[in-house]
Design a protein around this ligand. Sequence first.
Ligand code: HEM
Length: 239
Amino acid sequence: MALSSHLAKKHEFHPAGAGDLRSPCPVLNALANHGIISRDGRNITANQLKDALKHIGVGIDIRLGLVNSAYAVHDEHSHRGLRNPEQVDDSGIPVLNLDQTGRPHAIEHDVSLSREDRALGDCISPHPGLVEGFLGYPQQDFFTVSHLGRFRKKRYIEQNAKNKVLDFGYRAHIVACAEAALFQGVFGEGVFRRLPVKYAKAVFQEKRLPFNEGWTPRWFALMVPELAMLVLIILYFAS
Ligand code: HEM
């Protein structure tokens, strides 16, 4: 078997099965559904997650920042880290399960693009109505960076009106804009990182990477300076 077809087979898409653990992060879920990280969402090592992020074009500086902070032991006071104390595999290597990315008072926050707020419903799985609203927002075939920022602002206004216990401070606002910027940086195309709606649909609605739609990982990895630019633009339109 040629190497590429071997890899395609190995990374074939299978939706999560009963008992598989998943994350509020649509990209981590897609990585698991392709077997790029463990399909059952359990016992993922930091190196496995770093390799998976490399696979989709995330640069070394962002990989280290994201993964090292995720694998820190969770601290209730600083709200940092996701791992439980002494959570290691049989070889003593620190591991994380995908559902732990949704632990309260850590990265997960209110006013998601596609998930309901914790106080109002399921903050882990995509909400079909929110996903539809997100995908229909640009009213054209692609999202620009300003669309993502404006959509974040719209989501804030909606949730602020309906969630009496909304928990969305400035830190969460920046984190949410950074998630959108990462998405645009990885799946967007060209100098302006225009993001085809069909790519967002594959990831958010079908929980898979948009290979069938023609997406290929960027040939030069997304690094912090470019990400910072995208975050600033999204913050500008979201504020
Ligand atoms: C170590 C790696 C990562 C971790 C631990 C992580 C974790 C998370 C978590 C906990 C959320 C939920 C936030 C919420 O409540 O809405 C989230 C959302 C999100 N993540 Fe990730 N993520 C990672 C990597 C990535 C990458 C590489 C991308 C893009 C290529 C990405 C794109 C997103 C997007 C777009 C959302 C927003 C979903 C929404 O608002 O509905 N993430 N991530």
